[in-house]
Structures are given as structure tokens and as C-alpha cells.
Ligand binder design. Structure first.
Ligand SMILES: Nc1nc(=O)c2ncn([C@@H]3O[C@H](COP(=O)(O)OP(=O)(O)O[C@H]4O[C@H](CO)[C@@H](O)[C@H](O)[C@H]4O)[C@@H](O)[C@H]3O)c2[nH]1
Ligand SMILES: [Mg+2]
Length: 211
């Protein structure tokens, strides 16, 4: 495959100084977007809670390492399964970029509507920045947007697309609690939540009207 030949060539170039050959497992994934959503009516962030199978499996391994000792087994059966809640994380509203005819802003707009139920014009989305996510395994590009919403913009319930296996709970985090929330390690969350809340403190909070 051209892609792999090219990668092998690059790696050989980088490492040719000592002749080391590097073998690495990579996964090709879609780029993605996420949105830091702030409700100006009630001064709170809107985030989502989702069950993540990979997070759940890490917790299974932490609690019952013996389950993974026989690596050849394709399906592992747990006699006493951990509750699903150990695999649930707080996240920004987000989505994969899998519709080539839509701009990143349009993908973000669709995700806000599907997952959180707010109708935001794509032109109202402000790009914060983009970065590489999952650099150890995937290396895809992730773009972070900021959106302000009001209660009047709520047109649906959100919750994602159950027919695609999505089960999403919409959660509001009051601005005054957001820094404590961001650094509370007992609440599992993505780096995007922490970065987004800190970005807001530096860029938006100083301009908010004083109460
Ligand atoms: N949510 C989130 N918050 C962040 O802060 C955050 N920071 C990074 N990321 C990364 O963004 C990517 C896309 O996010 P999602 O998994 O939420 O993508 P969706 O398009 O909404 O849904 C898909 O996955 C579903 C299963 O959950 C299926 O059912 C759907 O069919 C399918 O389209 C993921 O790589 C995730 O690592 C975040 N993602
Ligand atoms: Mg999503």
C-alpha cells in the first residue's frame, strides 16, 4: 500500500542514524469537531454525558486484571460485571467529520442540534483552535468551536441518535462551579472540557456583564 510504503520511508529516514526499525500500531479515523457551549440565559455550560466502551474496558482491567490475562479470547465474559456508569464520561458536544459536503461549522451545528437540542446558525460558531487528537494511535485533527446559546434556541430534546447506538445525556454546569468541576478528578472527562472551561475564563469571562 502506498500509504504504508510512504510511512515506512519516512520512519526509516528519521531513524536511519542508528538503523532502528520502528513498528507501531496506528488507526485511521475521521477528523472531528467539538463545541464549547455556553448558555447566556442561565450562565452555564452545556456538556454531554456518554457511555464509552473503551473507558469501560479500562475500568474492567483496573478492577479485574485477570479478565485480560487470556489475550487470545475474542470475547471476555464477566461473572460479575461492573456497572455501566464506570464507562460514562463528561464531554463536550462533538462529532466526527464524515460528510464531505459540509463545512466544519455545519458539522458542528448539526451536532449541537442532535446531541443538545439547540438550533445555532453555523455562522455564529467561533473557531477556538484545532489540534491533533489521540497522537499515540490516531493523529487525526480535532477542531474546537465556541457557541453561545439562549433558552429560546432550544428546539429539541437532544440525546443523539439512538438508532446509531448513541445514548447521550445533556448536562448543565453552572459557570461558578466550572473551574472546580474541571479539576475534579473524580468526575471523568475529556481534555476538551478542561481546556474549554479554562479558555472561557481567559477569553470570555472578563467581558461578561457584571452581575
Ligand atoms: N464527545 C466528545 N467530547 C470531547 O470533549 C471530545 N474531545 C475529543 N473528542 C473526539 O471527537 C470524536 C468524535 O466525537 P463523538 O464520538 O462524539 O462522535 P459522533 O459523531 O457524535 O458519534 C460517533 O460515535 C457514536 C458513538 O459514541 C456513534 O454512535 C455514532 O454513530 C458516531 O457517529 C471522538 O473521536 C472523540 O474521541 C471528543 N468527543
Ligand atoms: Mg458526539
Amino acid at each position: 500500500m502506498l500509504f504504508l510504503d510512504c510511512l515506512d520511508f519516512c520512519i526509516r529516514n528519521i531513524l536511519s542514524f542508528n538503523g532502528t526499525k520502528k513498528v507501531w500500531d496506528c488507526m485511521r479515523t475521521h477528523d472531528s469537531v467539538s463545541i464549547l457551549i455556553f448558555n447566556t440565559s442561565r450562565q452555564c455550560f452545556v456538556v454531554v454525558k456518554q457511555f464509552r466502551p473503551a473507558v469501560y474496558m479500562c475500568e474492567v482491567e483496573r478492577h479485574c486484571p485477570q479478565v485480560f490475562q487470556n489475550q487470545d479470547k475474542e470475547n471476555c465474559h464477566l461473572e460479575d460485571p461492573l456497572p455501566a456508569v464506570v464507562g460514562v464520561t463528561y464531554e463536550l458536544c462533538a462529532g466526527i467529520v464524515d460528510k464531505p459536503d459540509l463545512s466544519l461549522e455545519e458539522v458542528a451545528r448539526e451536532e449541537i442540534l442532535e446531541e443538545c437540542g439547540y438550533c445555532v446558525p453555523a455562522t455564529d460558531l467561533r473557531k477556538i483552535t484545532s489540534y491533533r487528537s489521540g497522537v499515540g494511535v490516531t493523529g487525526s485533527r480535532h477542531t474546537l468551536f465556541y457557541a453561545e446559546i439562549t433558552d429560546q434556541m432550544k428546539t429539541g430534546k437532544g440525546g443523539g441518535q439512538p438508532e446509531e447506538g448513541e445514548l447521550i445525556e445533556v448536562v448543565e454546569i453552572p459557570l461558578e462551579d466550572s473551574m472546580k468541576f474541571a479539576f475534579d478528578e473524580s468526575l471523568p472527562k475529556t481534555p476538551g472540557v478542561i481546556f474549554g472551561f479554562v479558555w472561557f475564563q481567559n477569553n470570555i469571562a472578563p467581558k461578561l456583564p457584571k452581575k
